[in-house]
Design a protein around this ligand. Structure first.
Ligand code: ES4
Ligand code: ZN
Length: 323
């Protein structure tokens, strides 16, 4: 339940973290050396270096390419979730990308099996619960995104409970990806989509209209349109807000300028997440601290966790045991 835990006064939960984006630079350097891959363009002095959103995506793609085996992915999920549990997290969703798996030379089914094994191992050691959300990469085009949806919708994929649209929000229109979301919805998967991060309110409106998602990734730029904020409140759509990511990408200049508190005050159901933690020099505990610096009191920060559990793409019996 929502009582205390190690390190924090209340448990944490996150809904928005890309698994390859959680890879620590030293691990990426070690695997890169094993495979003869040069990661010096993206890692310096033990930290990722990149500029701008396109530079970030390119750095992410190169870091992801050093993970090649089922065991590599089991270890990655296990270390990510063990780290979250040590921060006081009791639930996490990870975004997984069949396109990144294929680019690394591994079958998506083997990739997902390795990640599932890492989740089970972390749960056995720390009791943290986790589920996987398959992403389609929008700048790879509608056919690739539809393939990702078909992969997610295939019966018998343990721990895969959702579908998401990621990649460069500036490329394409939500209507281009409606068929992918129809496939995921028909399979009973939870639906979420990145919108309102690099692009403004119109991108969020279009994503809501085209996908009918339960959640929006980021969505923060909805604040620029009061009517849209009302629609998000009325529909009960949950925002996966990633303040540290927004600061690292320069969406907002400082935490005082971030709209999280304004969205919460307007009645929006919000959660916080780390997105790609080492790339953005953050982790989940810092996201909760950023929420405090943005003006959320302790009760409002506890509500971030409660909302994450309520909006989790997880079986009802597991949800009830966590809340
Ligand atoms: C993303 Cl494809 C992808 N990977 C990692 N982070 C992202 N943010 C938006 N798209
Ligand atoms: Zn993201």
């Amino acid at each position: 339940g929502l009582r205390g835990s190690a390190g924090t006064r209340f448990p944490l939960a996150e809904l928005h973290c890309h698994i390859e984006g959680a890879a620590p630079p030293p691990l990426v350097e070690r695997l890169a050396a094993r495979h003869g891959i040069d990661v010096s363009p993206i890692i310096a002095d033990g930290a990722y270096v990149w500029q701008g959103f396109s530079g970030f995506l390119a750095a992410y793609d190169l870091a992801a390419s050093v993970f090649k085996s089922e065991e590599d992915f089991a270890d990655l999920a296990h270390s990510h979730l063990s780290g979250l549990a040590a921060q006081g997290a009791i639930y996490a969703e990870i975004f997984i990308s069949p396109d990144h798996a294929r680019a690394s030379g591994i079958e998506p089914a083997i990739y997902a099996r390795g990640l599932a094994a890492g989740i089970e191992r972390a749960r056995g050691e720390t009791r943290i619960e986790a589920r996987m959300v398959v992403v389609g990469v929008r700048h790879l085009g509608p056919d690739a995104v539809e393939m990702a949806a078909r992969f997610a919708a295939e019966p018998g994929r343990p721990l895969i409970t959702g579908f998401n649209l990621a990649g460069d929000e500036r490329v394409g229109e939500p209507r281009d990806f409606e068929r992918a979301f129809d496939i995921a919805r028909d399979a009973g998967l939870g639906l979420t989509a990145h919108a309102g991060e690099l692009c403004g309110p119109q991108s969020v409106r279009a994503a809501i209209e085209s996908f009918r998602p339960a959640r929006i990734g980021h969505g923060v730029r909805a604040i620029e349109d009061a009517g849209l904020v009302s629609e998000i409140v009325e529909k009960g759509i949950v925002l996966e807000v990633c303040p540290g990511s927004n600061l690292a990408l320069g969406i907002y200049d400082d935490i005082k300028a971030h709209p999280l508190k304004q969205l919460v005050d307007a009645g929006v159901r919000a959660t916080v997440s780390s997105d790609d933690p080492p790339f953005f020099h953050t982790d989940l505990s810092r996201e909760y601290r950023l929420a405090a610096q943005n003006g959320l009191g302790e009760a409002e920060r506890i509500a971030l966790t409660r909302t994450a559990l309520e909006a989790a793409f997880v079986e009802e019996d597991v949800r009830r045991a966590l809340i």
